[in-house]
Ligand binder design. Structure first.
Ligand code: G3P
Ligand code: CA
Length: 250
């Protein structure tokens, strides 16, 4: 899986729109994805979870409370119920028509137009989510996946291993929270069995860490840039990708 070495000297890191263009539009909505594409991203980053009736939906939190006019857990809604919610007004009333996209709708509209970074969000809440995501991808995007225009990432390492076994051709990214403990050699070694990317939070990043990840054969995508100073600081590093809420800062 380790092929970071080839990309160590990439001139321009991949431009990845976080939940679309979450700084400008309600996150994980069609408005947000279209805005990010207008701003020239290479990839859209999305979060995928599952409804009570087993449908995949694009939403970040495990409840609908923050980003819709409803209340409750994603896993307690049917697809029809969750799509009746307003997913735009909380951000700005001008976005009141926005809905929570299903993963199917997302792929129908955006696969092929852009690269996609799919985050399996809290997959332990949704047994079988890896199979469902793999099934959708296999159905629609054989050519894209062969061209490596899809990356699957998660904080949940078990889930990533499971996904890797289902679709070994899709590059996997391990998301790393800043726990203050860094990343051990033992962890890096275990990631190498299934992952191509190791993706740390921006607060962990320094030139030494990036060199170490590349030396160990991983590519690396850094998340999440929220201001211009951060973007400027990252330009000094040899990164493979940067995730930002503000894709125009690229
Ligand atoms: O791309 C990484 C980033 O999306 C992970 O954090 O909380 O924004 O899903 P979060
Ligand atoms: Ca995410």
């Amino acid at each position: 899986k380790r092929d970071g070495r080839k990309f160590k000297n990439r001139q321009t890191p991949l431009k990845i729109g976080h939940r679309g263009a979450a700084g400008y539009c309600p996150e994980n909505t069609f408005a947000s994805f279209n805005k990010a594409l207008e701003m020239g991203v290479d990839y859209l980053e999305i979060d995928v979870q599952m409804t009570r009736d087993g449908e995949l939906v694009v939403i970040h939190d495990s409840t609908v409370n923050r980003t819709t006019d409803g209340k409750g857990k994603v896993k307690d809604f049917t697809l029809q119920e969750i799509q009746a919610l307003d997913a735009g007004s909380w951000f700005n009333p001008t976005f009141s028509g926005e809905r929570i996209p299903s993963f199917k709708e997302f792929l129908e509209n955006f696969a092929g137009k852009t690269g996609i970074v799919i985050e399996l969000k809290k997959p332990s809440l949704y047994p079988g989510i890896e199979e469902k995501v793999a099934k959708e991808l296999k159905k629609r995007t054989q050519r894209l996946t062969e061209e490596h225009k899809i990356i699957v990432q998660s904080f949940d390492r078990k889930s990533l291993k499971r996904f890797h076994n289902l679709m070994p051709s899709i590059p996997i990214g391990v998301l790393i929270k800043n726990t203050g403990r860094g990343i051990s050699n033992k962890e890096l070694n275990s990631f190498s069995h299934y992952a191509s990317y190791v993706n740390p939070k921006i607060t962990m990043v320094n030139p030494r860490l990036i060199r170490r990840l590349h030396r160990n054969g991983f590519k690396t995508i850094i998340w999440t840039v929220k201001n211009k100073q951060e973007m400027k600081a990252l330009q000094q590093l040899h990164l493979d990708g940067i995730v930002s809420d503000f894709p125009d800062y690229f």
